[in-house]
Design a protein around this ligand. Structure first.
Ligand SMILES: Cc1ncc(COP(=O)(O)O)c(C=O)c1O
Length: 461
């Protein structure tokens, strides 16, 4: 017997989830047609950089080092990191990993970070959820401004709340449209919503496949200041960067930490399994009766009641990433990123060179973004007869063995109202993931891009 719960509303399934659910069936059809499956869909880190064995060896050596250091006076005594790792901790988690992270990350981005303003989260996903629940808690109508398209995980979380509404802003090749950005804020207010924040991914945008320009960031920040709204900056790809150091635009939190809620995750620079993340913000909110409170204090209360405690051992483990082979604190995380970038740079080159080579004759009919960071390029058809809906995607798998993600599902409802064809001329191509590693990674990705090129040739009228 079903339990009666008429107030529960069925949530739409995200486009990436829908794709992975339908993949086994599509794969069987492709294989029955004698085709190899080519992955350009999965947005995961590459298995070549997520082999945990090197990480675990260094982590264990770091723990041994802590054991010796913290047991200096009494070898029988329980080392502090071990006690904390298996105990209830403060909601902020152990101090040492936060201090190390504030020093190293702050130095990389030129921010004098205060460790007490770092709140551990369960990855960036946990950060998104926490920020949303803070704005949703009063139970009054709340608006989120975000990009069209935007991250599927944000859409999934924001649309859970029945009194929240998304107002989206179209992107051009530098970032969000400034006129629309201000208009979205004004419209939300005119409709009776309190604007919670603007959520975005300025570096290596997932799924839009590019990074916002420096001037556009400045302009967005200026409007955010004038309108009094927070920028929630989701930053999983800041280190998965292909730009020369001098060309990297500053993240919002480096431009103004008092206007920004920065979401860091260890999933891409480290490993995704432990789901380490931090919120950093110096913002203050004026609450009832004009009282000013640190946003972090509000988030802390929310976290204490919501996730209870993150895993303190995972935070200590994360600290091992912040020290070198001699257990000296690193000056920067870039050398850690560099090991991963070898793989991602090569993958990106394979994709971009492959598309150039395969589709040279079609340059006026298709285009693709050249990402300065992250895992994604957006491929666009300039041909009204092509509609990249579910049938198109299924056909690409069944007839060509190529797996890509359709873009339409990344567009919030209001963007689809503005333009019912939004995203239906686009595909998200991912070059992060391959099933195999080393030379076989290169071979698999090269073949995937070739197969994609052939499929496009076959599809274009
Ligand atoms: C924009 C964006 N935010 C958040 C996440 C998830 O981060 P985490 O693994 O820290 O939950 C991803 C991962 O794909 C992402 O692309």
């Amino acid at each position: 017997m079903a339990i009666d719960a008429p107030e529960i509303i069925r949530q739409p399934v995200s486009v990436t989830r829908k794709m992975s659910a339908s993949l086994p069936e599509l794969r069987a059809i492709a294989q029955a047609n004698g085709l190899t499956i080519h992955h350009l869909g999965a947005g995961y880190p590459n298995p070549e950089v997520t082999d945990p064995r090197g990480f675990i060896a260094h982590e264990q050596a770091f723990f041994e080092h802590l054991r010796e250091r913290q047991g200096l006076n009494d070898p029988e005594a329980l080392p502090e990191f071990l006690r904390e790792s298996y105990n209830y901790t403060d909601t902020l988690g152990p101090a040492s990993p936060r201090e190390a992270f504030a020093a190293v990350y702050g130095a990389d981005w030129g921010v004098d970070m205060a460790p007490e303003l770092l709140l551990p989260t369960v990855g960036a996903t946990g950060g998104i959820s926490l920020v949303c629940s803070l704005f949703e808690r009063p139970g009054t109508p709340v608006a989120y401004i975000t990009d069209a398209p935007t991250y599927a995980g944000f859409l999934a979380r924001a649309t859970l709340c029945q009194h929240a509404r998304i107002y989206s802003v179209d992107l051009d090749d530098e970032g969000p449209d400034l006129g629309q950005f201000r208009a979205a804020i004004e419209q939300a207010r005119a409709d009776g919503y309190r604007v919670g924040c603007y959520y975005t991914i300025p570096d290596g945008h997932n799924p839009a496949g590019f990074s916002f320009s420096g001037p556009r960031r400045e302009a967005i920040l200026e409007i955010a200041r004038e309108e009094g709204i927070l920028i929630v900056e989701d930053a999983p790809y800041v280190y998965i960067s292909y730009a020369a150091a001098e060309d990297r635009p500053a993240p919002f939190f480096a431009m103004d930490p008092s206007q920004t809620v920065h979401l860091f995750t260890g999933s891409k620079i480290g490993l995704p399994g432990p789901r380490i993340g931090f919120i950093y913000t110096e913002a203050e909110l004026a609450i009832r009766d004009g009282e000013k409170v640190a946003l972090l204090d509000l988030l802390l209360t929310e976290a204490a009641a919501d996730v209870l405690f993150q895993n303190p051992q995972a935070l200590w483990s994360f600290e091992s990433l912040l020290v070198d082979e001699n257990f000296e604190r690193r000056e920067s995380l870039w050398p850690v990123a560099e090991k991963k970038l070898d793989v991602y740079r090569e993958n990106r080159r394979i994709l971009l060179d492959g598309l150039d080579a395969e589709l040279v004759a079609y340059r006026d009919r298709v285009s693709w973004t050249v990402p300065e960071a992250g895992f994604f390029s957006v491929f666009t058809f300039h041909d009204d007869s092509i509609v990249t809906d579910d049938d198109f995607i299924a056909k690409l798998v069944a007839e060509h063995g190529v797996v890509v993600i359709p873009m339409y599902g990344f567009y919030p409802a209001d963007a689809l109202e503005r333009n019912p064809r939004a995203g239906l001329d686009q595909l998200r191509l991912s070059f992060g993931f391959t099933e195999r590693t080393g030379d076989e990674r290169v071979k698999d990705l090269t073949e995937a891009v070739e197969a994609f090129g052939r499929a496009i040739e076959a599809i274009l009228p």
